[in-house]
Design a protein around this ligand. Structure first.
Ligand code: ZN
Length: 307
């Protein structure tokens, strides 16, 4: 039984229109589901991914309109990395982000920047054979497009208490003193810790809420049992309609989720029209008349493509 790398990473935005613009128009991801937070249905949950809405490429945001900016601290993910194909792709992104007045820092094989709310992002030249998970975009050729997650890094005072959970329970493999790989039959992803900065972290816009690791449908309940037995106070399996989820806080304080590779985003929407309409899971559909008027209106990011 192995986890299949990162399933999704969920973050917080205070500005849904700006968030849609940055992740779709600038970074070229596809808005694959426009729905609400199932724990607070008065706010959006926006999902961006590759063309097919695949796990492994899925960065999601809870919107809290006007939320003030947070800051990553101990027990919080501070950087999300996406793979790209080559150094030429990094050069493309260096130029494209400069044209959008986004500051970047280039290092060998890597380009760092932040989203408009300060969320730490990086593009990394891929060194793995995993299938590239790419979205279509009129200005971004497939050979330079984002290919899905490479990994996430979090802050921890001392990562040692997490080691046993990561290696013995979740099956991660150490890649360095504070770095691990989570790799299954189909995909892998990296996880690591850096020394926490002075001052406490503060959740808010531009911070990561949780990182989800991918499980097959068949293994999911067994993962819930194993994580619970390891003393992680895991939630029961929660049905999120597009996938099933178990949540727990790992020993360094980062909120982990184990999410199933299915049923997927096409279960209730035509794959050609993912993300265009507000979709509510069946259990929330009766709330639509109350929810729709209070949500920030959002454009269909692809509407202009054919205009
Ligand atoms: Zn999640």
């Amino acid at each position: 039984m192995q986890l299949e790398g990162i399933h999704h990473v969920t973050c917080i935005t205070g500005d849904a229109p700006g968030n849609v613009d940055f992740y779709t128009r600038v970074l070229g991801l596809r808005l694959v589901k426009k729905t609400v937070n199932q724990d607070d249905p008065t706010v959006y949950h926006l999902f961006y991914a590759d063309e097919d809405g695949s796990a492994g490429a899925d960065i999601t945001f809870f919107e809290y309109p006007g939320a003030r900016r947070g800051r990553a601290g101990t027990g919080m993910v501070h950087t999300i990395s996406f793979r790209v194909a080559s150094d030429d792709a990094l050069t493309f992104w260096e130029d494209r982000l400069a044209a959008e007045s986004v500051e970047t820092r280039r290092a060998p094989g890597r380009l760092r920047f932040a989203d408009p709310e300060g969320l730490g992002l990086a593009l990394v030249v891929s060194e793995v054979a995993d299938e590239p998970l790419v979205a279509k975009h009129p200005e971004i050729a497939p050979d330079v497009a984002l290919q899905g997650f490479d990994g996430v890094r979090a802050f921890a005072g001392d990562p040692e208490p997490s080691r046993s959970l990561l290696e013995r329970v979740l099956g991660f493999t150490a890649t360095g003193p504070a770095g691990w790989q989570c790799r299954g039959a189909s995909r892998g992803g990296l996880y690591g810790y850096d020394r926490a900065p002075a001052g406490a972290g503060m959740p808010g816009a531009g911070t990561v809420h949780h990182v989800a690791w991918a499980s097959t449908m068949a293994d999911h309940e067994e993962w819930q049992r194993q994580v619970s037995e390891a003393g992680m106070h895991a939630t029961p399996v929660i049905d999120r309609f597009w996938f099933r989820s178990v949540y727990f806080r790992e020993p360094s304080g980062v909120l982990f989720e184990l999410a199933t590779l299915g049923p997927g985003f096409a279960i209730d929407e035509d794959p050609r029209h993912l993300g265009e309409a507000l979709i509510l899971p069946p259990a929330f559909e009766h709330l639509r008349p109350k929810i729709e008027p209070v949500l920030t209106p959002l454009p269909d990011p692809r509407a202009a493509w054919t205009a």
